[in-house]
Design a protein around this ligand. Structure first.
Ligand SMILES: Cc1ncc(C[n+]2csc(CCOP(=O)(O)OP(=O)(O)O)c2C)c(N)n1
Length: 641
């Protein structure tokens, strides 16, 4: 009982102020136990949060949130911040419908300034806030916490470029350096941070200098200038100076990110400096949880439900995922085709490229959290005679839209983009649903997009994609389990125009069009309609984009066409098909079922689908109303527009 007493006494950052160093250390221990117990039951980003316990305590001890805005880059490591800002009670419902968000969420607390989750935006947010605060003449400091992984994203460097030019911005940038993104962070920046971290001669000399400096009665700018002078003096002989200093931004570190005293001292100095300061903290991802610490590759970046003592997954699934199927297909492809290369943006294992990397290390490129670069780099490799396959989570393609459009597509480069986690993903909240990709890709000239319904169709699509050397091919698939094989009973057309008939009903007036993960739903809708005496045929256009002449011609033979998609209705197959049918003067009425243009609240995938009316039961009920009562057709069509 007594062991939880400190944590229970914390309901706001103010409560930290009176705590001694020993009490803060005890609180850190309690928070770690709390996190392990709670997150092992709900799933979530355990490792990153275990790494920032002391850091977050020190931030809230030194700064005055929410007056001083604290921005966590990506936001997956904001659990400790949530605990300290009065939300410990919400952890039983973490990432669940109506529960605590897995990311910062302004609707939850005034201490959350930004609802982020796509990486590398924190420094731009912080720089903007700091400029606003400066112009309004307010006495506030902005704090941004950015990981070494997020620092590989280009936006972070765009922000630093601007920060370096504004030496009176009240901004403290904390680099949370654990050497890891999902897996170890790669690239020149990672090497540079590692150099700073590991050069012991430099560290020793610096600590001597710092001890001397902190003994001097100097704070703020004079202390920094003195320290900087010393560091510049020793840099050439001892170790590379931080590239941040070279940019003209004050830099301090590396600091032990688990030493609360060192952290609070450095942060206090940075606060008093009155200009932008980078505080480089070295932390250990997964710290304090043995199972995580022993997992060198990943350190429990994101977990499902686990045993809180052993770290073993509670429900080890035996059913394969789409990602597993991609992993398998890529290895086979790599053996057959020497020109195929794999590109990942810091997510080698999550996108299933680990096996390809093991088999073909020279042909695998992890570019860091750099989706834009990934696409243009792929275009460059294609021009050099390779066939790059870039795998991203569908939501992160949003960032690279211009690069797909103006670099890859305009230049007619043969690249393949694999979009994992397409469609509703659910518990990561509005930003992680893969619901924009098709609508965006649909306006890019020349793009061909497949949404396979099973493993056979996935492999076929991939084989075809790597044969295309003058256009961008996109293949999207769900986070869900890989469905069993679904064979066609007939098909029309070939190649891009092929449409598989999955269920044929004699005399049917209704056509159900489904693709990808929604083929199962489409079949179930048809069955339900059939049970109500309405015959329906089901087809799968294997290549969802562009909408083919074959699909259009087929649809024109029906009175009512239902399109079902795990993508926005806006810009989806249904809307495009409706437009094509209208152009051709066909009478078929198209009812479009898909994701509404809205930011969807977190929940499980099933809960979200229910919420937006996309379960088979809901779709068939709606469709039935329309089919049985023609007058409702117009109304329904309007409401889904
Ligand atoms: C634009 C974008 N791409 C990819 C991701 C997926 N992602 C989430 S966290 C993460 C790694 C972040 O590493 P780091 O910033 O070092 O934080 P750590 O988890 O190590 O504390 C990645 C790649 C993302 N959130 N946003």
């Amino acid at each position: 009982m007594a062991i939880m007493s400190l944590l229970e006494s914390i309901s706001s950052p103010r409560d930290l102020r009176a705590l001694s160093r020993r009490q803060l250390e005890q609180l850190a221990d309690e928070i770690r136990s709390f996190l392990i117990t709670k997150v092992s039951r709900t799933g979530g980003h355990l490792g990153p949060n275990l790494g920032v316990v002391e850091l977050t305590l020190a931030i809230h001890k030194v700064f005055n949130s929410p007056t001083d805005p604290v921005i966590f880059d990506t936001g997956h490591q904001s659990y400790v911040h949530k605990i300290i800002t009065g939300r410990a009670g919400g952890f039983d419902s973490l990432r669940q419908k109506g529960g605590l968000s897995g990311y910062p969420e302004p609707a939850e607390s005034e201490h959350d300034w930004v609802a982020n989750s796509h990486a590398s935006t924190s420094l731009s947010w912080a720089e903007g806030l700091a400029k606003g605060i400066r112009l309004r003449g307010e006495d506030r400091t902005v704090v941004a916490v950015i990981g070494d992984g997020a620092l590989t994203g280009g936006m972070a460097w765009e922000a630093l470029n601007n920060i370096a030019d504004n030496n009176d911005l009240r901004l403290v940038v904390i680099v949370n350096d654990n050497g890891r993104s999902y897996t170890p962070t790669v690239g020149g920046l990672a090497n540079h941070l590692a150099g700073l971290r590991t050069d012991h001669r430099y560290e020793k000399t610096l600590s001597l200098i710092k001890r001397t400096v902190t003994r001097l009665p100097l704070i703020g700018r004079p202390a920094y200038d003195l320290l900087h002078g010393f560091k510049t003096g020793v840099k050439d002989v001892l170790a590379p100076q931080s590239m941040f200093s070279d940019l003209g931004i004050k830099y301090t570190g590396p600091i032990d990110g688990h030493d609360i005293t060192a952290l609070t001292n450095h942060l206090e100095q940075a606060r008093q400096y009155g200009g932008p300061v980078i505080v480089h903290c070295v932390t250990r991802k997964g710290r304090g949880f043995q199972a995580a610490e022993e997992n060198e590759e990943d350190r429990f970046h994101a977990i499902g439900k686990i045993n809180e003592f052993t770290g073993e997954p509670l429900s080890a699934s035996v059913q394969a995922t789409w990602t597993d199927a991609v992993a398998e297909a890529m290895v086979q492809l790599g053996q057959r085709r020497q020109d195929v290369v794999a590109i990942t943006a810091a997510m080698l294992n999550p996108v299933g490229f680990g096996r390809f990397a093991a088999a073909f290390p020279d042909r695998t490129f992890d570019v860091g959290i750099a989706e834009q670069h990934a696409i243009v780099s792929a275009a460059g490799m294609a021009k050099a005679g390779l066939h790059p396959v870039v795998a991203l989570y569908a939501t992160f393609l949003n960032r690279a839209f211009d690069q797909v459009l103006m670099d890859a597509a305009l230049h007619k480069t043969g690249i393949t983009i694999l979009l994992d986690r397409a469609g509703i993903t659910g518990s990561d909240g509005p930003s992680h649903n893969g619901m924009w990709d098709m609508s965006l890709m649909g306006i890019v000239p020349g793009v061909q997009l497949a949404a396979p319904r099973d493993q056979t169709r996935l492999v076929e699509a991939l084989d075809r994609a790597v044969d295309v050397d003058d256009a961008v091919t996109v293949i999207r698939y769900s986070k869900e389990r890989l469905p069993d094989e679904i064979n066609e009973v007939a098909h029309v057309g070939e190649g891009l125009g092929r449409v598989d008939v999955l269920r044929r009903a004699e005399g049917a007036r209704v056509l159900v069009v489904g693709y990808g993960q929604f083929v199962g739903t489409a079949l179930s809708v048809a069955e339900r309609l059939n049970d109500q005496g309405v015959a329906a045929t089901v087809v799968d256009p294997l290549w969802a984009l562009p909408v083919s002449a074959e699909l259009t011609s087929m649809a024109s033979d029906f009175d009512v066409v239902l399109t079902l998609e795990d993508n926005l209705v806006e810009g989806g197959v249904g809307q495009r098909l409706r437009a094509r049918l209208a152009d051709e003067g066909a009478a078929a009425k198209v009812l479009t079922f898909g994701i509404p243009q809205a930011f969807l609240a977190p929940g499980s995938r099933d809960e979200v689908l229910e919420e937006i009316g996309l379960t088979a039961a809901q779709v068939s009920m709606q469709a039935l109303g329309v089919v049985l009562n023609d007058a409702e057709v117009e109304q329904h069509t309007e409401s889904t527009r």
